[in-house]
Design a protein around this ligand. Sequence first.
Ligand SMILES: [Zn+2]
Length: 301
Amino acid sequence: MTWTRHHVEVAETCDHNHPHTSHLTECIRVFIKDSYTSTFQSGSNDQMYGCMVSWGLGCIVFPLCLGVFQIGVFKPLLVTSSHVLSPAFGLCSVAVSGIATSVAVLATYSNCNVSEYRGLDVRFSDLVCYGVGSAAIFKLLRGKFASVLPSTILKPGAFAQRGIPATKNYASSGKKATLAAIGSRHGCHTCGKRRTAKSFIADHQPPLSLPKRTDILHTLSKFFRPHQSDYRFYPHCPSCSRVQMTYLGAMANQRTTSLTKGRVVRMDLNHIVTHATSLRLYHLYLPLPVIMAAAYNVCAG
Ligand SMILES: [Zn+2]
């Protein structure tokens, strides 16, 4: 199914005197209605096959692109979900992944429908539409942009919800039960594992072995919220807990050695945990940006 002048004419002869945005909405409505009729009611197997294959490919390519960004770009650059600019980095990652996926979907659909193949014609405005549309759908599916970045075991991770107030002591049985409920619903706060994690450990954040914070932000926070606890508990899977213990142990040894030798502690990549296979609803690719771009092109003339 491709855009024809028919869709514009139907939209233009509509009873309402639309402003531009309503006209675009009407174009999309007519396009979806005609696509549905020609694909599913006239028995066009080629088109149905093309729709299913291209959408299926999109559902694989979108999370794959996000995973490539996470492992190949953000981890080497030491940019994690707790970085102050993580929402902006996450937004860029989602938009670029959405653009790449939409182009792949469009190319696949065109190739599957040999009778309608007219070559791939993608303009700059289409790419903008793909990026903005993908980011909007990601938010509509309740995604957090920062959550597509890797986690650090030194701070609340990419899947962290609001934690439970904690002291320096171990979690009580009541708090452990609450954390187990949070973990089974939202997953390990670092790697996002839910069903594969058999049990959850109460993770102190910030870790108890780290030096106490003395920065200006922490001082201001304590001034305005003097009764707020310094620590919070988050659910941790055994695997991330092991990574944390190993890293903090090595860091403590290194700090001792460095202090004695007068050197600064060297940070490395071992405190960063990627979670490209922990998929959520917001990793689903919906081909709406491709439809929106096609509608915009027709309306813009
Ligand atoms: Zn984990």
